[in-house]
Design a protein around this ligand. Structure first.
Ligand SMILES: [Zn+2]
Length: 174
């Protein structure tokens, strides 16, 4: 995985491009949580589930079905009102959750992502994988940790900043 912070940063830049409720803290908190949530599967290691299993790391919680489910759940549970159409919220939070496995597919280590779980256990990567993988339980103050952060700054933080600036400019114009 890229570190969970980078997942949250990228998702927030995506959030800045959507006109939903930028003035509400819950919007940004839910955006960050949805982006980090798939990596809750690392607890599977504590239960002895193997990495390659559908219930292992980068398994079912990194699938399209999981992202769609989370999108729907968030829209129903956290937005009881009707100010924003449910389908828009479900689409947005599903998309934000899905940014996680797609970013993972750019990393150069670990196993691929089970995008099609539970229908297929196949693990996917993009052919181009510039992001230095962040090992589980990484010590950020080691040389290796520094390399991971540097690669995430280049490949995630900078693109996120660009999306954020462009989205702000577009919003200001209209
Ligand atoms: Zn992940």
């Amino acid at each position: 995985m890229p570190t969970i912070f980078s997942h949250a940063i990228f998702a927030s830049s995506v959030g800045s491009a959507f006109r939903l409720e930028h003035d509400r803290a819950r919007f940004w908190i839910l955006t960050a949580i949805c982006a980090m949530l798939p990596d809750a599967d690392v607890i599977s290691f504590a239960f002895g589930v193997s990495y390659g299993s559908m219930f292992g790391h980068r398994g079912i919680t990194h699938s399209i079905i999981f992202a769609v489910t989370i999108g729907i759940l968030v829209s129903v549970l956290f937005y009881p009102g009707r100010e924003i159409p449910k389908w828009k919220l479900a689409l947005y939070f599903g998309l934000v959750t899905a940014t996680h496995p797609f970013l993972d597919m750019f990393t150069n280590g670990g196993r691929g992502v089970a995008l099609l779980a539970p229908f297929s256990g196949e693990r996917f990567f993009f052919p181009w994988r510039p992001i230095e993988v962040s090992p589980i339980g990484l010590d950020f103050f080691s040389d290796r940790g520094f390399g991971v952060i540097a690669s995430e700054i280049i490949w995630i933080w900078v693109p996120s900043a660009i999306i954020f600036v462009v989205a702000s400019l577009v919003r200001r114009r209209s």
